[in-house]
Each structure stands twice: as structure tokens, then as C-alpha cells.
Ligand binder design. Structure first.
Ligand SMILES: Nc1ncnc2c1ncn2[C@@H]1O[C@H](COP(=O)(O)OP(=O)(O)OP(=O)(O)O)[C@@H](O)[C@H]1O
Length: 251
């Protein structure tokens, strides 16, 4: 069930196009989405989530298209999106907020309430379930965001820098949560953190100036690393070679 962008064009304001005639088939499985600040990763994730609408072209997830009211509702039930900027509803507890997202995604109130606690426990926030989100730390709020994307059993998780601000233990927990999801759940996760690439992801997409600079398996990505790169630094090195040295990508 890959994501397909077809001739997508998008700009936040008239006259300034960020994504121009973009064609790309994001692979199935677990994909890490890399690229420098401003490359367009959040914009593409927002388009894939149907939170943004292309000015022309289309986005599909498998057979699903977010066109029309019914199409969008069905699409959003299958697709979870964790944006970079999380908004919390003032006064809501973590459990209220996660359950609310579940309900918006079509779950019954009871299901949403039960599954909210399960999702919060997955990210080790069970003990904070009844605390107000706006009183949690920044890293804990990111984990509430992760719980929101896990609550309704989506087939596709679009996660925009989910580990930003998490402490090392919580990053490990987060990777374990991803690792524990069924293989039928597809993930596209944008990050600037290239640690754990091999153990966590199947594929890498590198974006540069709104264009795909690399798309392929983690193993093929690591082939771009400088042979002299220290062990554990290969992913950093491959990223550097692809984004800064202009080495051509043989797709
Ligand atoms: N809400 C917005 N209004 C206007 N321009 C925006 C908005 N959001 C992003 N942009 C512009 O769109 C371009 C792509 O930004 P985007 O956030 O998609 O990049 P990114 O790759 O996710 O960057 P980062 O790694 O910093 O999160 C940038 O030039 C940015 O200034």
C-alpha cells in the first residue's frame, strides 16, 4: 500500500511554489524521510495526510484517495499523521486528547477511551494519562502525539520528527513501539536523526529542494557512505555525500 504522489504542486502562498510537479511512489514498509531544513518534508507529509491540498495533481494511499468529503473521511481513518507542531486542546488530559483523536477518526466513544489508555501505555505515559497535556513536558507532549497516531490502528503512520525533544530512553522506547507494530502498518517518518537506521527502517527517501535525491533500501543508501567513515557514522556519511557532494543517484 504505497503512497503515490502524481504531478503534485503546492505552495503556501501564491507565487511561491514549494512542491513543483512532484511525482513519487513512496515504498511500502518503514521509510525514513531525510532532508535538510526547508527541503519540503513536512509539506509532503501534510499532503500525504490530506491536511494540505495540492493545487494540482493528486495523492493516493493504495486505492484510497482523499478526494471529496467521503473519500477524505475514509482516507483519514486509515492514515495517521503526527505533525511537527502539535496542538493541545487547553484543559484536556492526555487520555481525553488521545481519545478525542480516536473518536474523530471514527471510533466509538468507548473504544476510543479504552484504546487511548492502551496507546498512552505503549509510549510509557500510562501514569500521566489523567494529567493535562499543556502541563506535560515538551518530550512528554511529543509522546502524546505518538499515542494519538497509534490510537485508531491506522494502516499508515506519517510521523514528522516524532523523536525531537525525547530523551535517549524514550527514543529507544519509541523505536521498540515501531518495531512492535504489525508489518502491515506502513510508516513514513521524517527526522534529522540517522541513528538506528538499519535496525528500524526498510527504506530511505532523501529530499533536497522539493526533489527526491535518493529513494531505495537502507542497504543501498549506506553504499553511498565514504568508505573511511567510522562504524556507526555510515548513515551520516551517506546523507552528507548525497546532499552536499552532488553525487548522482542512479535510480
Ligand atoms: N506554513 C507555512 N507558510 C509559509 N511557508 C511555509 C510554511 N511551512 C513551510 N513553509 C515553507 O515551505 C518550505 C518547505 O518547508 P517544510 O517545513 O516542508 O520543510 P522541511 O523539510 O520539513 O523542513 P524542517 O526539516 O526544517 O522541518 C520552506 O521554504 C518553508 O519556509
Amino acid at each position: 500500500m504505497p503512497i503515490q504522489f502524481s504531478s503534485c504542486t503546492f505552495g503556501y502562498s501564491r507565487g511561491r511554489i514549494v512542491i513543483d510537479d512532484f511525482d513519487c511512489l513512496f515504498p511500502s514498509g518503514r521509510t525514513v524521510f531525510l532532508g535538510p531544513n526547508g527541503a519540503g518534508k513536512s509539506t509532503l507529509l501534510g499532503l500525504a495526510a490530506s491536511a494540505l491540498r495540492p493545487q494540482s495533481g493528486s495523492v493516493r494511499f493504495g486505492r484510497l484517495s482523499p478526494e471529496g468529503k467521503r473519500g477524505r473521511r475514509a482516507y483519514r481513518r486509515r492514515v495517521a499523521w503526527m505533525p511537527q507542531q502539535l496542538t493541545s486542546v487547553p484543559g484536556l488530559t492526555a487520555r481525553d486528547q488521545v481519545a478525542y483523536v480516536g473518536w474523530l477518526k471514527g471510533m466509538s466513544r468507548t473504544d476510543a477511551w479504552d484504546q487511548a489508555l492502551r496507546a498512552l501505555r505503549q509510549v510509557e505515559l500510562g501514569e500521566h494519562a489523567d494529567e493535562r497535556v499543556d502541563r506535560l513536558s515538551g518530550g512528554q507532549q511529543r509522546r502524546v502525539g505518538v499515542a494519538q497516531s497509534l490510537v485508531h490502528g491506522a494502516d499508515l503512520l506519517l510521523l514528522d520528527e516524532p523523536t525531537a525533544g525525547m530523551d535517549p530512553r524514550q527514543r529507544t522506547v519509541f523505536h521498540q513501539v515501531l518495531g512492535g507494530l504489525p508489518e502491515t502498518v506502513h510508516i513514513v517518518l521524517s527526522t534529522h536523526d540517522t541513528a538506528d537506521l538499519e535496525s528500524t527502517y526498510d527504506n530511505v527517501v532523501v529530499l533536497l529542494d522539493g526533489q527526491v535525491r535518493f529513494l531505495g533500501s537502507v542497504r543501498d543508501f549506506l553504499r553511498y557512505a565514504d568508505p573511511s567513515a567510522a562504524s556507526g557514522r555510515q548513515a551520516d556519511s551517506a546523507y552528507h555525500v548525497l546532499t552536499e557532494q552532488g553525487v548522482p543517484w542512479a535510480s
